[in-house]
Design a protein around this ligand. Structure first.
Ligand code: GLC
Ligand code: CA
Length: 527
């Protein structure tokens, strides 16, 4: 694809709205679609191009919506189809697309399809899920593990067979080798596309198919004491089947029938070398196999430079990179790397080559919020220390009023402690806040083709300072990130001019071809 003609999802910034914790609109302590509509101006002021909204379909909430009981509806706790359409319209009027979280890997065990499937071995929907007889002598059919750390199989006593689930037993895996299943889920995608959504974030895409022979997973040689128990096995047979790319091609064919170049984002946890296989070809692959590799890379200049260079080298022709620093499943970036580095991380996310996905609250510097055991909500908290995902799901602190402006009632999860981070209202008044920096940076990015789609060149990583260039049509930006808590000095071309700093309103000057950086400071220069 020629530079200058990149589509909206490549040039714009995406934003993840974790719906339950964004804004409560009806005073029940839980974020909802009306609340999201009420905050549309906030999203517009950020300058983002699209929001991905976490699941809002009817669900018993065993996994807070990632257990869908009806793919074509809205859970009454979140709103109605009308309130969804209002979100869509309100955002569209502000130039923001709406991306739906689509959960095709499993349904809820209360979905009518599963109820029918489990009703008898001869049910016409039996084969919509994955059933196996017990192993000879009893017990689960093979060694596959679910993210509960126990077997990925649960016995259905009434019919005497086990069904497969990669997550909770309440999330039975669909059988994607059954053409009727594919058709039903493609119809559900068409339902949302007909309403005008800008695309999908596809949950657990890498797990849609399993080994047709149900062979055991081998041990994972990289597993270490302290890692989640389910990672003891290398999920080569229970997940990660190469033919998933054919399903992706079918989804892309469906999307291609709609205007506006809808996007397909796939949730995939893989190292960059194997992640890029999901890019396929530009017409048939994922536009965005999510690149989560910054989660697992040490926050050191050499390690990050090496990661970016390996990713850039691995991307097939025509494929477009993407970067993510946080989501609702992983501890907050400001906690992982320390508060002081949050602004440097934001500058990095918004200046690497590729589409950035910003997780709600990271623009405020939100940290993990300690959740006392009696207020824990995530069922995965039961499976071991650090497994619960409540801390990164705390509600947004909007202002200094009751319940931080999130709700009129006690929120479903504890709010962040007062002032940590400062609220949206307080940060909006302070030109040096992380929120103001994020707004300035996105505005600059939206004006500068070099930052949106320029080439990326790694320059150096010495002394803990990461340096790279972005270049397009005769314009070059240099990004200088001090990833350490010590001051640093770095050589830069004498004609370089700083345009933005994480630490000062007036960016520092370049004198004698060198730039002095404060601890934890990032600077953007024009060369
Ligand atoms: C994805 C979601 C996560 C959910 C899981 C099962 O990883 O991001 O929140 O628990 O899928 O649907
Ligand atoms: Ca609500």
């Amino acid at each position: 694809m020629a530079a200058g003609t990149r589509p909206w999802w490549a040039t714009g910034v995406l934003y993840e709205v974790y719906l339950r914790s964004f804004q409560d609109g009806n005073g029940d302590g839980i974020g909802d679609l009306a609340g999201l509509s009420a905050r549309a101006d906030y999203l517009a002021a950020l300058g983002i191009r699209a929001v991905w909204i976490t699941p809002f379909q009817p669900s018993p909430m065993a996994d807070f919506g990632y257990d869908v009981a009806d793919y074509c509806g809205v859970d009454p706790r979140y709103g109605t189809l009308e309130t969804f359409d209002a979100v869509l319209d309100g955002l569209r009027r502000r130039g923001i697309g709406t991306i739906v979280d689509f959960v095709p890997h499993h349904t809820s065990d209360s979905h009518p399809w599963f109820r029918e499937a489990r009703s008898s071995r001869s049910s016409p929907r039996r084969d919509w899920y994955l059933w196996r007889d017990p192993a000879p002598g009893g017990g689960p059919p093979n060694n596959w593990l679910s993210q509960t750390d126990g077997p990925a199989w649960t016995l259905d006593p009434a019919t005497g067979q086990y069904y497969l689930h990669s997550f909770l037993p309440q999330q039975p895996s669909l059988n994607w080798r059954n053409p009727d299943v594919r058709r039903a889920l493609f119809d559900a995608m068409a339902f949302w596309l007909d309403r005008g959504v800008a695309g999908f974030r596809v949950d657990v895409l890498q797990g849609l198919l399993v080994d047709p022979g149900f062979r055991d997973d081998p041990p994972n040689p990289h597993w270490r004491e302290g890692d989640p128990g389910f990672m003891r096995l290398d999920a080569v047979n229970s997940s990660n089947q190469p033919d998933v790319i054919e399903i992706v091609a079918e989804m892309r064919a469906l999307l291609a029938a709609y205007p506006g170049d809808p996007v397909l984002i796939g949730e995939i946890y893989r190292p960059v070398e194997t992640l890029v296989a999901y890019c396929g070809t530009p017409e048939r692959g994922l536009q965005m196999p999510t690149n989560f590799n910054l989660f697992s890379t040490p926050w050191r200049a050499e390690a990050i430079l090496d990661l970016v260079a390996r990713y850039e080298a691995a991307l097939p022709t025509g494929a477009w990179p993407n970067w993510v620093l946080g989501n609702h499943d992983i501890g907050r970036i400001a906690t992982r790397i320390g508060r002081a580095q949050a602004a440097v991380a934001m500058l990095m996310l918004l200046t690497l080559r590729g589409t950035p996905t910003l997780y709600q609250g990271d623009e405020l510097g939100m940290e993990d919020v300690a959740v006392p055991p009696d207020r824990a909500r995530d069922p995965f908290a039961r499976f071991g220390p650090g497994r619960g995902r409540d801390p990164e799901r705390a509600p947004m602190p909007w202002d200094e009023g009751p319940q931080a402006g999130f709700s009129t009632e006690t929120p479903w999860l504890p709010l962040p402690p007062a002032g940590r981070p400062r609220s949206v209202a307080a940060q909006a008044r302070d030109p040096m806040s992380l929120l103001s920096l994020t707004r300035r940076l996105i505005a600059l990015r939206n004006r500068e083709p070099a930052l949106q789609q320029g080439s990326w060149t790694g320059i150096s990583a010495g002394g803990g300072v990461l340096v790279y260039d972005r270049h397009h049509a005769g314009r070059t930006f240099r990004v200088v990130l001090n990833l350490t808590a010590a001051p640093a000095r770095i050589d830069v071309p004498a004609d370089g001019r700083a345009v933005l700093s994480t630490h000062r309103i007036d960016p520092p000057g370049v004198s004698d071809g060198s730039l002095a950086l404060a601890p934890d400071e990032g600077v953007l220069l024009r060369l």
